[in-house]
Design a protein around this ligand. Structure first.
Ligand code: ADP
Ligand code: MG
Length: 262
C-alpha cells in the first residue's frame, strides 16, 4: 500500500478526571491502513486515549479529526452516526446479550441503527461468522461458546458496518495464547485488506505485528517506534526486537526521577 493519508489526527488531547489530568496534550496521527499498537503500564492513559480519539469520551481540550472531519464540530447524533458507520470496537470482554442467539447478537446493533434491511444484515453476519470460523455457533447462545469464540463473535459484530478503522482495547487480554493468536491473525488480515487498526495491548506478540508501537507513561506518548510492515518473515527476530525495546521503555520509566518528563 502506498497511500499515506492521515485518517486520525489528534492534537493537544487533554483529559482531566476530577481535577486530575490523565492525558497531557497528546498528539497522535494515524495513517490510513496502519496497524498501531499502544502500550505502557496500567493507568498510563491508553484506554482514555482510545476513547477520546474515537469520540466515545469527551475531551477536556484538544482536537480530533477523523477522516477529515473535526469531531468537535459534530452534534452528538452526528458523532454517534460517524462511529457507527466508520468505526469498529473490540474490547477485552465481549458484552453479549444472553437471551439472544449469537447470530442475533452480531446483527442487533446494526439492525437497531437501521444500517440495512434485516435479511441483508443476517446474510452479512452469517458471512462474517463463516469467515471467523464461528458459523456453527450462529443459533447457539452465549454460554455455549468459549472465550476465544466469543471474541471472534465480538469482532464479527464490530465488522457489521464495514468500518474503516478498528479500535481494540486489549482484545486479546483475556484469551489464552492460542485463542489470542487466532484473534490477532484475524485483525492482521483485516489490516492487510486495508482496515486501519489501533490496538491497546500489553502483549508483545501483538506489538510485534504492528507497523508502529507507541509507549505511554503518565498520560503522554513517550516513545513512538516505527518498525515497518509485518510480513510474517523473521517472526522471532521481530518479537525479540520489540520485547527489548519494551524492556528499555520500562527501564527508563522506572529509573526516571519522580515527576520528570521522560
Ligand atoms: N471514568 C474515569 N473517572 C476517573 N478516573 C478515570 C476514569 N477513567 C480512567 N481514569 C483514570 O485515568 C487514568 C488512565 O486510565 P486508563 O486510560 O484506563 O489507563 P490504561 O488503559 O492505560 O490502564 C487512571 O489513573 C484511571 O484511574
Ligand atoms: Mg485500559
Amino acid at each position: 500500500m502506498t497511500t499515506s493519508t492521515t485518517v486520525l489526527d489528534a492534537r493537544g488531547l487533554t483529559k482531566t478526571f476530577d481535577g486530575r489530568t490523565v492525558l497531557h496534550e497528546v498528539d497522535l496521527q494515524v495513517r490510513d491502513g496502519e496497524l498501531v499498537a499502544v502500550m505502557g503500564p496500567s493507568g498510563s492513559g491508553k484506554s482514555t486515549l482510545l476513547y477520546t480519539v474515537s469520540g466515545m469520551d469527551t475531551l477536556t481540550s484538544g482536537t480530533v479529526s477523523f477522516a477529515g472531519q473535526d469531531l468537535g464540530s459534530l452534534s452528538q447524533k452526528q458523532l454517534a452516526r460517524l462511529r457507527l458507520t466508520t468505526m469498529g470496537f473490540v474490547f477485552q470482554h465481549v458484552h453479549l446479550l444472553k437471551n439472544l442467539c449469537l447470530l442475533d447478537n452480531v446483527v442487533l446493533p446494526a439492525y437497531l441503527a437501521g444500517l440495512a434491511p434485516r435479511e441483508e444484515l443476517n446474510r452479512r453476519a452469517a458471512g462474517l461468522m463463516e469467515r471467523m470460523g464461528v458459523a456453527d455457533l450462529a443459533t447457539r447462545d452465549v454460554s455455549e461458546a468459549s472465550g476465544g469464540q466469543l471474541q471472534r463473535i465480538g469482532i464479527c459484530r464490530a465488522l457489521m458496518n464495514e468500518p474503516s478503522i478498528v479500535l481494540g482495547d486489549e482484545p486479546t487480554g483475556a484469551l489464552d495464547s492460542a485463542a489470542a493468536g487466532e484473534v490477532l491473525d484475524i485483525l492482521g488480515e483485516l489490516n492487510a485488506e486495508g482496515t486501519t487498526v489501533v490496538l491497546v495491548t500489553h502483549d508483545p506478540t501483538v506489538a510485534a505485528r504492528a507497523d508502529r508501537v507507541l509507549y505511554m507513561v503518565d498520560g503522554r506518548i513517550v516513545a513512538d517506534r516505527q518498525q515497518g510492515r509485518y510480513t510474517g518473515a523473521d517472526r522471532e527476530g521481530r518479537h525479540a526486537d520489540v520485547t527489548a525495546w519494551l524492556t528499555e521503555q520500562d527501564r527508563r520509566r522506572t529509573e526516571a526521577p519522580l515527576g520528570s518528563v521522560v
